[in-house]
Ligand binder design. Structure first.
Ligand SMILES: Nc1nc2c(ncn2[C@@H]2O[C@H](COP(=O)(O)OP(=O)(O)OP(=O)(O)O)[C@@H](O)[C@H]2O)c(=O)[nH]1
Ligand SMILES: [Mg+2]
Length: 327
């Protein structure tokens, strides 16, 4: 695995070469040892894209909305990257295929780069591989990078925290929407999007969101816009883009927010490398399974074993070689 190889791929990614970018993303997915070196080279060239999180319940119309947003950004001359995270949840089997179909308007446009990430089988790696994919897209010089995730798990919430602006998609008529919002998604919304506004119950849902916002407002939080869309017909997309733009260029994009994002990024990479990397190594040498067996036999306990695994993990990390000096 030549360093030259990594340099070439990095140069090509920076020159917007699609095949090199796809290769880089494969390295990330496969946890290829070249990925870290590559990402290190790309990182200084990032920070220019608008990173947009789109999250919401399964089936709320996120992909359809993303498809419409791509159209709007392309019409404004902007290039777009999409990173769609398939939660592999029981609700939405086949989401990757679904994304393909829903975003197919843009498959032959070389100003659009769409990547689906499966989460099945990733050990603590969802946030990490999403973040790495976004880094590659940012380095490619794409203007807007949209990350679509289902807003159900903690992992998804963390992914969205890396975004500059987050749109939370809700739909009328479910009744449980607000419950889902209360379970943490509400917090992360910079813009609310009521999609499927062609259905009944829109006024009611908007009133619910607003009354929650009153509550938040009393606690010092500013009001966030609520935009109605009918994604399948492209209605409300212009307004949604404006609300996104207003947030992205607003005072929220201040130093504190950026520090928060950077903290989240570092934590994400750290979690990913520790859990994904070290745990994988521990499992492949059987240490983890041995520990499970000892606990099962009541010969040991999770506390002792966790300490033992941490110690072994540190040894494995040391063997993997020292990182380059910070400069
Ligand atoms: N009536 C109506 N249906 C819509 C609208 N937007 C999307 N849909 C439909 O809702 C269904 C789900 O849309 P998707 O875009 O796949 O939803 P999603 O949130 O990406 O779904 P997952 O990725 O599986 O969580 C599809 O059948 C869409 O055609 C809308 O504005 N109105
Ligand atoms: Mg989708």
């Amino acid at each position: 695995m030549g360093l030259q190889d990594i340099d070439t791929v990095a140069e090509k990614v920076l020159a917007k070469n699609i095949r090199a970018a796809a290769r880089a993303m494969r390295w990330v997915d496969d946890r290829d040892p070249r990925a870290n070196d590559l990402l290190r080279k790309l990182y200084p060239h990032t920070g220019n894209a608008l990173i947009l999180g789109v999250t919401g319940n399964p089936g709320s119309g996120k992909s359809t909305l993303v498809n419409a947003l791509i159209g709007q950004y392309r019409a404004n001359g902007k290039t777009v990257g999409v990173c769609a995270v398939d939660p592999s949840s029981p609700f939405s089997g086949g989401a990757i295929l679904g994304d393909r179909i829903r975003m197919q308007d843009h498959f032959n446009d070389d100003g659009v780069f769409i990547r689906s990430l499966a989460t099945r089988g990733h050990l603590g790696g969802l946030s990490g591989s999403t973040l790495d994919t976004v880094t590659i897209m940012d380095a490619m010089g794409l203007d807007v990078i949209i990350v679509e995730t289902v807003g159900v798990g903690q992992d998804e919430v963390e992914v969205v925290r890396m975004a500059d602006t987050t749109v939370v998609v809700v739909v009328p008529g479910l009744g449980d929407e607000i419950q889902a919002l209360k379970a943490g998604i509400l917090e992360i919304a910079d813009v609310f999007c009521i999609n499927k506004a062609d259905r009944d119950g829109v006024d009611r849902l908007e009133a619910d969101i607003q009354s929650m916002q009153e509550f938040d407002h009393a606690a010092g939080r500013s009001f966030r816009p609520v935009i109605r869309t009918v994604a399948i017909r492209g209605e409300g997309i212009g307004e949604l883009c404006e609300a996104i733009q207003a947030h992205a260029s607003g005072s929220d994009a201040d130093g504190r927010r950026l520090t928060g994002q950077t903290t989240m990024r570092l934590r994400t990479v750290l979690d990913d490398r520790l859990l994904g990397g070290v745990l994988k190594a521990l499992r492949s040498e059987g240490t983890f399974e041995d520990a499970v067996a000892r606990i099962l036999d009541r010969k040991s306990d999770p506390y002792t074993e966790a300490e033992r695994l941490i110690a072994r993990g540190i040894e494995l990390l040391a063997q993997a070689g020292d990182p380059p000096e910070a400069n």
